[in-house]
Design a protein around this ligand. Structure first.
Ligand code: P6P
Length: 349
């Protein structure tokens, strides 16, 4: 007897309508915005899966505003998100890792109450080697009465996000989303032609024996991170009394999705080679959305001693140190940062 995999499937639209109608958790305008973002991710997923055959792998030979080599798919993904979201009437403006300043809504379209930020294609150094990459997005409310929206309106702490999520483009195309009441995971179903609920009420295990960090940077870490990783590496004979496993995909969406799926701790810490830079990852459209998802799933997300969601932003593209995942491990990291010699390096946050 065949297994009816489509019986009672809840698709993204139904889940969002239930959040709006049954729980009064989101207004219709936010529901429609999220649906537009999801449809854009569907289009990006198709572009990624056809990249080789359509000749859009590789670099453009240009750099983005971060001074990073721009991949063809970075620009394609960015354009898909801008075009999909500028006409809906839900947004006042958008900000992207690929754009130096904000993208205001053209006058021919109505303006809305939300601000959308995104990293259109995170992990793009993995595109050409067929490793999971993804889109990360964050939604804020435009301040009441704001007339001409500017970059300053985006500079809100992560705890103010009204929605956040990411979409992985890997063996499956998976959308992971929070609207502030837990985390739900949707998987792109080609028969359905859209995202269907694959996991609701996602919870990160409080404990883990798996850490995720780029070990090649070890000699450049601040003492608290070095102490934590050294103890993990010491294994069952060391102070932790357990052996630890390590995973590092080098694509934040892939590494964070693993943490959300089975627990773990993900770190991209401050690096002594760039002492004036808090970290590599960007606060507004990488650290903040991932931190909200992790906290909504029962985990923790810190930048050192500070909670990531409490960092007061000063720039659209500012960076942050990121340590997130299973609560017991992140709490230990936070303690080590609090204990560190105040005269040693102090990381921002
Ligand atoms: P590294 C991808 O370029 C990215 O921004 C994140 O997705 C990822 O976690 C990190 O950088 C990987 O950095 O230094 O290991 O290549």
């Amino acid at each position: 007897m065949g297994i009816d995999t489509h019986r009672d499937q809840i698709n993204l639209s139904r889940w969002l309508i239930e959040q709006e109608r049954n729980h009064g958790r989101i207004p219709g305008s936010l529901r429609l915005l999220i649906e537009q973002v999801a449809r854009a991710c569907q289009r990006i997923s198709r572009a990624v899966s056809r990249a080789a055959s359509s000749g859009v792998l590789g670099s453009l030979g240009s750099e983005n505003i971060q001074g990073e080599v721009q991949k063809k798919l970075d620009v394609i993904a960015n354009d898909v998100l801008l075009q999909a979201n500028e006409w809906g009437g839900h947004l006042a403006a958008m900000a992207s890792e690929e754009l130096e300043t904000i993208h205001t809504i053209p006058h021919r379209f109505p303006r809305g109450e939300y601000l959308l930020m995104f990293d259109p294609l995170d992990g793009s150094s993995n595109i050409d080697v067929n490793v999971t990459i993804g889109t990360i997005f964050s939604v804020l409310h435009l301040a009441e009465g704001a007339a001409n929206v500017g970059p300053e309106h985006f500079l809100q702490p992560g705890r103010k996000q009204v929605a956040a999520g990411y979409c992985t483009y890997g063996p499956q195309t998976t959308l992971v989303l929070t609207v502030g009441h837990g985390v739900a995971e949707f998987t792109l179903d080609f028969d359905e032609g859209g995202f269907v609920l694959s996991r609701d009420h996602v919870q990160i295990p409080r404990t883990t024996h798996e850490f995720s960090i780029n070990m090649s940077n070890m000699r450049h870490w601040a003492p608290p991170v070095r102490r934590y990783i050294d103890e993990c590496l010491a294994g069952s004979l060391g102070p932790r009394g357990n052996d630890f496993n390590m995973r590092w995909v080098g694509s934040m969406v892939a590494d964070v999705h693993r943490v959300l799926s089975r627990g773990g701790v993900f770190l991209y810490p401050w690096d002594a080679r760039e002492p004036d830079r808090a970290g590599k990852l960007r606060l507004m459209y990488e650290a903040n959305p991932m931190a909200l998802l992790v906290e909504q799933a029962g985990g923790m997300a810190i930048a050192g001693t500070a909670r990531i969601l409490d960092i007061e932003p000063t720039g659209l593209h500012q960076r942050a140190a990121v340590m997130l995942g299973s609560t017991e491990e992140v709490a230990l990291l936070q303690r080590y940062h609090a204990e560190q010699d105040p005269h040693s390096h102090t990381t921002i946050g």
